[in-house]
Every structure is written in C-alpha cells, then in structure tokens.
Design a protein around this ligand. Structure first.
Ligand code: AQP
Length: 342
C-alpha cells in the first residue's frame, strides 16, 4: 500500500516563530514515518502582501534551513521552494479560470488581511486560496494538515477539484465512467494541533507579520532575548496558572506553551504551575523555551555553516516535486483541451 501523501508549507514572510513550529512543523516531523511527505517554502504566497525583495531569497533559505533543523529529513521528505516548480503558477492560472470570483470574496483571511491594506490590496491576495489549491492538487495530496485558519481554504481547494474540474472536465473510461482529473484531498486535523497566541495579547495568534517583535519568540532568538520577551509578556493580576478561563487568555496560552516546550501533559503542567505566581512561572517558561530551542538552533547553525548544503536539498526536492507536478499539470491541460506540446 502506498503511504498517504501529505503536503504543507510555510510562507517566508519573516522569522519563523514558536507558533509555526508547535502548530505546524513539529507535526510534520512526526508524519514523516507514516506518510509520503512534501514540504515547500511557499514564496509565491509571501508576495501576496507587500514584501522586501532584498529579503525574500534569504528568508526562503532560512525557512528551508529551519525545516531541516526542526527535523524534516530530506531522505524521507521532499523539501522544495514553491517558485522553483513553475507548475504551481500555471495550475493556479488554469484553476483561476474556473473558480467563481464570489468564492474568493467570501474567504475570511482575505477579508481580514484586505482591511489592513485598504486600497493597496493586490489581486494576488484575493487569489491566494487558488494558488494554495494548486499547491495541494498538483501533488495528488491525500491529506493536508490544517489549522483552524486554513480550513476554509482547504474546503475551497476541494470544491475547485471536485465541482469545477472533475465534474466538468473528467474524461470517460471505456465503460463511460468519469476518470477524476484531480484527487480531492482531505483535511488532516491534528490531535495535538497547538494554536499559539502572542506574548503581548493572549487573544491574537502569534504571527510573523505582527509589527511588535516582542509578541513572538522566533526560533532563532538567542537565550537572553527569549528570556527578556517572556519577562515582558502580558500577564494578569491573578495568582496561579490555569487553562480554559476565558477571562485569562494569557494564562491559558503561556501554560500551554510551557506544557509543549517542557514536554509535559497539560495535566502535569496544571499541577506543577497551578499555584505559582507569575514571578516564579516566567523564569521556568523561559528556561523551557531556551532548552527546547537549543537543539534546533544548533542544527540550524550546522546547516548554515555549509552554504551549499541547503541549496542541494532544495535542488533535489525541486527535481522530485517537478516530476510529480508536471504529470498532474499535464492531466489538467489535456482535460481542458489544450493542444499538446510536441
Ligand atoms: N500562532 C500560531 N499557532 C499555531 N500555528 C500557527 N501557524 C502560524 N501561526 C501559528 C501555522 O504555521 C503554518 C504556516 O503559516 P504561514 O507562514 O503559511 O502563514 P500564517 O498562518 O499566516 O503564519 P503567520 O506567522 O501568522 O504569518 P504571517 O504573519 O506572514 O501571516 C500554518 O500551518 C499555520 O497554521
């Protein structure tokens, strides 16, 4: 039996943080043993909001090196850069032409990000979910790990594949049965999918693009900076740490972070810290964060010491990814009726 195929990616929009690690990459690492895993750095997505061209290449390389440092193993996973496989852009165009505009206008993430950008909002931002659908559908992914914020986009990818491509363009076999053009992927809802909130506001998610650096812990922050950020993290006047109290989002978030970083269950963390004051808890959390990130930072330095090593992984990944992607793209071109290339 072939292993179910999984695809996921992170945008190189800045320094990866604890949310990207604990909510996404850490789970990808675990999937490598049981699934056929494809992980890309989604640089085409990163330019859907204003970006700095002087940083894009370096951020892309850093993101790829962090995948490797977090435990993505190029022997077991295909690691590549989205823009290196041009099939992503081409399939996105083909899918654009069959996707109703109002499906995109409904997307919550577009509405939220568009508000922030006013008149400057790009067509690319509106089209983000179609590009994401192309990313997934190109690899015949069976499963896509999704957090709450990406569920709507995955649903859209499924609708495009099923209703807009397969239902309209599937060729027929000898018995007249349709042969699906695209595989319709399922969401992979992770059992311990963590949603990490910001350090300066326990009710908004930790994010690369938050202008306040102190709101996030980046995976490459040195120990002193991690300790300083945790020391300054927002607290409340109540004694003791607890989960699930809607009045205390910071307590819930930081206690959850402690459990994940120290490798303890939520019950263990509650028991240990339930009666602690913030002054005792924060150094404990800082130490757990520093220790959890130490091996990641060490491995990152090793990868970056050899400038060609990460590029070599990405070159191999590109070759492997492009082979699969081109096959799918060819199926779609044929189904849509294009003149075959000679
Ligand atoms: N705070 C978070 N908690 C848990 N998971 C998170 N992810 C992001 N933030 C958190 C997960 O990381 C993966 C990649 O995210 P992305 O780079 O594609 O974009 P994003 O979700 O929009 O992440 P950011 O950091 O907030 O980036 P910007 O600021 O550029 O928009 C996804 O699996 C996501 O769920």
């Amino acid at each position: 039996m072939p292993r179910p195929r999984v695809l996921s990616g992170v945008q190189p929009t800045g320094a990866l943080h604890l949310g990207n690690w604990l909510g996404a990459i850490r789970n990808w690492v675990a999937l490598q043993d049981s699934h056929d895993t494809y992980f890309c750095v989604v640089d085409l997505h990163a330019i859907t909001v204003p970006h700095d061209p002087a940083r894009l290449a370096e951020d892309t390389l850093t993101t790829a090196a962090l995948y490797l440092a977090c435990g993505i193993d190029p022997q077991r996973s295909t690691v590549f850069v989205q823009s290196h496989v041009s099939a992503h852009s081409e399939l996105a165009w083909l899918l654009n032409c069959v996707t109703p505009l109002n499906w995109l206008e409904r997307m919550i993430q577009f509405k939220e990000k568009a508000i922030k950008q006013g008149d400057q909002v790009s067509v690319g931002l509106l089209d983000y979910p179609v590009l994401m659908a192309a990313d997934i559908l190109l690899y015949d992914a069976d499963l896509v790990p999704v957090g709450e914020d990406q569920k709507q986009h995955l649903e859209l990818a499924r609708d495009i594949a099923q209703q807009r491509i397969n239902a309209r363009f599937a060729p027929r076999d000898a018995a007249g049965e349709p042969i699906p053009v695209l595989k319709v992927p399922e969401p992979l809802i992770l059992k311990d999918g963590a949603r990490v909130m910001g350090l300066t506001d326990g009710s908004s998610k930790m994010s690369k693009s938050d202008p306040n650096e102190g709101s996030r812990i980046s995976l490459l922050d040195p120990p002193e900076l991690i300790t300083k950020k945790i020391k300054r993290a927002k607290t409340d006047p109540t004694m003791g740490l607890e989960f699930g109290n809607p009045e205390r989002p910071e307590a819930d978030n930081l206690l959850g972070l402690y459990a994940l970083l120290a490798g303890k269950s939520r019950e263990q963390a509650s028991q240990e810290c339930g009666a602690m004051g913030w002054g005792t808890f924060k150094p404990l959390l800082a130490e757990a964060a520093v220790e959890a990130l130490r091996p990641v930072q060490e491995r990152y330095q090793q990868w970056r010491q050899d400038p060609g090593a990460v590029e070599a992984v990405l070159r191999d990944g590109q070759a492997q990814a492009a082979t699969v992607a081109e096959e799918t793209l060819d199926r779609v071109r044929q189904a849509l009726g294009f003149l075959p290339r000679s």
